[in-house]
Write a protein that binds this ligand. Structure first.
Ligand code: G1P
Length: 318
């Protein structure tokens, strides 16, 4: 790629978080699903932490009605901070301050949730002329197996769009955007190659939103991390509502692909937490609780005992 040296790495992230979260009703009637706690942090904090760990310090939240609490979570709380300080509770004080130090948080409102592509269109004036990352508000990956740095690096080298793929059961293709691919000529660069959890890099030849198994071109599902060029905004304007009668990001990316914009994807085999539906949410809570140095040992002992004695199961180690 002759001009690869000239491209800069994306430094902004957009988090669409205006959805109605119907899968979690009634919990999400008044509380945004992004603020549901996983152990002692809301889901959204894990996502902003993932962006910050990848060097992104400018985060635009696309919010909607009843979602302003999300912004408060990343604000200072001087009264609470001074109370904790007076009590000498320095650990909680640090935890409370930490959220306001992660990134510069900006917001804008998506008046009506008309689809993921529609949500992303609100980011146009904020991101300017630079490529940007999109992190969906209900999934995140393990800090030990980061995905975003490799995606940002690949996009800076190849331009265009960079995606991440999960190899899903064929029965699940109708829940995701699905890609057809061929082997890429742009493997991971030295700095990120070998990162735990990262698999092959592919060049994408086609994208389709939520196809049934018999129509899916592969079982490579697009996960909720994207690095996009600014051309995406014009593409979103040019597409019509697609699957579910929504303005789909997948359709806008497919349009750019058809027009010659390079699209690459990295297979992700690390730990991805999907908190967008109750089962995945419960799994994330249990998995992350067992990993916590403070709670993990006691919680794991209780869990093994509960599964063995109360549920009568035999725990396995994998
Ligand atoms: C969205 C995208 C889909 C992607 C998925 C990842 O779907 O439209 O292409 O595979 O996120 O989680 P949603 O889950 O919002 O229906």
């Amino acid at each position: 790629m002759p001009d690869s040296q000239a491209r800069s790495r994306a430094v902004r992230a957009v988090i669409p978080a205006a959805g109605l979260a119907t899968r979690f009703l009634p919990a999400t009637k008044a509380v945004p699903k992004e603020l549901l706690p996983v152990v002692d942090r809301p889901v959204l904090q894990y996502i902003v932490e993932e962006a910050a760990a990848a060097g992104i310090s400018d985060v635009l939240l696309i919010t909607g009605r009843g979602k302003t609490g999300m912004v408060d979570h990343f604000d200072r709380q001087p009264y609470l901070e001074s109370r904790l300080e007076a009590k000498g509770d320095l650990e909680r004080l640090a935890a409370v301050k930490h959220t306001s130090e992660l990134a510069e948080i900006y917001t804008c409102r998506q008046g009506e949730p008309l689809g993921l592509g529609h949500a992303i269109s609100y980011a146009e004036s904020h991101v300017g002329q630079e490529p940007f990352a999109v992190l969906l508000g209900d999934e995140f990956v393990d800090t030990d197996e980061p995905l975003l740095p490799a995606m940002l690096e690949l996009q800076a080298r190849t331009g265009g769009i960079v995606l991440a793929f999960l190899e899903v059961d064929w029965a699940e293709t109708s829940r995701y955007g699905i890609a057809s691919v061929e082997k890429a000529e742009a493997p991971l660069a030295a700095g990120v190659a070998g990162t735990a959890g990262l698999g092959d890099v592919f060049r994408v030849t086609g994208l389709v939103e939520k196809p049934p198994a018999e129509k899916a071109p592969s079982n490579l599902a697009v996960v909720g991390r994207y690095v996009l060029p600014t051309e995406i905004f014009d593409a979103i304007r040019r597409i019509k509502p697609g699957a579910g009668d929504e303005i789909q990001l997948t359709d806008a990316m497919a349009l750019l692909l058809a027009e010659g914009v390079p699209v690459h994807g990295i297979v992700y085999r690390g730990m991805r937490y999907d908190t967008g539906q109750p089962l995945g949410y419960l799994q994330a809570v249990v998995q992350l609780a067992t990993k916590r140095p403070d709670l993990g040992p006691a919680f794991t002992d209780w869990l093994i005992n509960y599964v063995t004695n109360d549920l009568g199961g035999t725990p396995t180690t994998d």
